[in-house]
Write a new protein. Structure first.
Length: 131
């Protein structure tokens, strides 16, 4: 086992934990770990992250489904849209130069941090199971 393997295992544990506890996608951790920690290209990091997210999403999703924390109709609509968007996004990503992808990814992370920060300081709704 190499240090790279240890980094990947710890990254997977962290991403799985954050995905299960606060619902963020594992890609928020997977892509930076792969690009910064292992110095992979942005395109390779994104593709690897997408495959690695599959088991994380399945386990986390089924756990929340079992606990009654899933609205099936919105999940199906978002899933269908996500499939179409993923195909289009992957086709675009293979054509866009790596530095531009990295900048777009960084902007997305900053925006996500901003939104999560706002969500953390606002009061929670009375019934979090309603859309």
């Amino acid at each position: 086992m190499t240090w790279s393997d240890v980094i990947l295992i710890l990254g997977g544990l962290g991403a799985g934990f954050l995905s299960g506890t606060i619902g963020i996608g594992g890609g928020l951790l997977f892509v930076p770990i792969l690009t910064v920690g292992l110095r992979l290209s942005q395109a390779v990091a994104q593709g690897t992250s997408l495959i690695a997210i599959i088991p994380t999403a399945i386990v986390g999703g089924f756990t929340h489904l079992r606990e009654g924390n899933v609205l099936l109709k919105p999940a199906m609509w978002m899933g269908g849209g996500g499939v179409v968007g993923a195909v289009i996004g992957a086709l675009v990503a293979v054509e866009v130069p790596g530095p531009i992808l990295a900048r777009a990814w960084g902007a997305f992370l900053v925006f996500s941090a901003y939104r999560l920060g706002l969500q953390a300081i606002r009061p929670s709704p009375r019934n979090p199971k309603t859309p």
